[in-house]
Design a binder for this molecule. Structure first.
Ligand SMILES: NC(=O)c1ccc[n+]([C@@H]2O[C@H](COP(=O)([O-])OP(=O)(O)OC[C@H]3O[C@@H](n4cnc5c(N)ncnc54)[C@H](O)[C@@H]3O)[C@@H](O)[C@H]2O)c1
Length: 367
């Protein structure tokens, strides 16, 4: 750690400690975060603690590393409770709910590699659907009502209207992974319809990017990244020789695909707002929200913005279209703005800057 890292870490810790001190008289509500060592889960743990919740993590580290917990400790200035294990394990889930007075759950834990899911569909159905069912049973047994579920804009496929609204009909899923998100939403809807005492929100994430500005936590793509931004930052860092842009003949201003890139800290904040919103709701409640910026950016715009913030010229070439890629999708965010009073705070450039700083921190660690 150099002097600048030390100063930055101390500033984050001081902020966290100050908040904890202010809140010490108020018992903090414990929120179970499944998959809390992962990319979005770890950032949400930071936002939850800053908002006065106590995050309790369960993770089996199938797609994350324990270094994420160390990163959280540095940012927050304290340890978080973490159970290592599989949230398909009913006994373990029972134990967590018995040992901790959990008041709500954010269910991130899932496998998420679209390509792998087409080759190993049962792995995806078993983990992504199985864990949701085990969780719902444990919540019922322990009288925990509030749940935020990680869904995805993948449920829209290539939508017939843009920007896409929550009432826009979902399309048949393009992959088993996408189907697990669609089924997960349906399970929650049916469960609430059955009269169960549960209050649930499904958040349909658009494309999360960026990292905590301390660069202590971020996205850890294992193997060759399938998402654009880790590929961009790894190419910028020289880990990948060049970036392939999959198609430049789409019906978009520069011919490359359009996505809605959202900073992971804005996304984390949407989970906090969701829990606060559920708190005022009657039992037996379900709703879903898009979480995007409401702006679409082409792949070429992302490349240019990355070059600007990093000062690096990116080695890229145009390749053929990739099968299964949606041409363009971005969110209508009216509903989440109106109902949850949630507004994204970060620009594309800020998000890319944070992704790049995270990549540089990873490279430093590897030395
Ligand atoms: N990152 C994205 O682009 C994106 C987009 C839309 C939706 N989502 C969804 O958001 C959620 C979080 O995504 P992420 O990007 O943080 O992924 P991630 O892989 O970084 O985090 C998921 C975490 O869950 C853990 N996990 C998986 N199965 C588990 C199990 N059975 N028991 C315990 N832990 C388990 C993994 O080890 C990992 O730490 C997932 O449900 C994902 O499908 C992600």
């Amino acid at each position: 750690m150099d002097i600048f890292d030390a100063v930055a870490a101390t500033a984050y810790q001081q902020a966290a400690i100050l908040i904890i001190h202010k809140l010490e008289e108020v018992p903090m509500k414990k929120i179970l975060i499944t998959g809390g060592a992962g990319y979005i889960g770890s950032h949400t743990a930071v936002s939850l603690l800053h908002a006065g919740f106590e995050p309790i993590i369960i993770d089996d580290f199938s797609n994350s590393e324990k270094s994420a917990l160390e990163g959280l400790r540095k940012i927050l200035g304290r340890e978080l409770t973490c159970y290592e294990g599989d949230c398909n394990n009913q006994e373990l889930m029972d134990r967590i709910f018995s040992e901790q007075s959990i008041t709500g759950v954010i269910h991130f834990a899932a496998h998420k590699a679209v390509g792998e899911s087409t080759k190993l569909p049962l792995k995806y159905y078993k983990n992504n659907i199985g864990s949701l069912l085990v969780l719902l049973e444990a919540m019922k047994k322990h009288h925990v009502k509030d749940l935020v579920f990680s869904s995805s804009c993948t449920v829209y496929g290539q939508p017939d209207e843009l920007p896409v609204r929550e009432i826009t009909p979902r399309k048949d899923a393009e992959s088993p992974y996408g189907n697990t998100k669609r089924i997960g939403e349906d399970i929650l809807m049916d469960y609430v319809k059955s009269g169960e005492n549960i209050r649930a929100i499904a958040l349909r994430y658009f494309n999360p990017i960026g990292a905590h500005e301390s660069a202590e936590i971020g996205e850890l793509p294992l193997g060759v990244p399938a998402n654009l931004i880790p590929f961009v930052t790894q190419t910028g860092a020289g880990i990948r020789e060049k970036l392939t842009v999959f198609g430049d003949d789409y019906d978009t201003p520069d011919g490359t695909c359009i996505r809605d890139y959202i900073h992971v800290l804005d996304l984390a904040d949407a989970h906090v707002k969701s829990l606060q919103y559920l708190n005022d709701k009657q039992d037996n409640f379900y709703d879903l929200f898009n979480v995007g910026t409401g702006r679409g950016n082409t792949v070429m715009e992302v490349i240019k913005a990355f070059e600007k913030v990093s000062g690096k010229a990116l080695n890229y070439h145009i390749g053929p279209r990739r099968p299964g890629d949606v041409e363009k999708v971005w969110a209508d965010t009216t509903k989440i703005t109106d109902k949850l009073n949630w507004h994204p705070q970060y620009s594309l450039e800020e998000a890319l800057r944070d992704s790049w700083n995270w990549q540089l921190a990873l490279a430093k660690r590897a030395q």
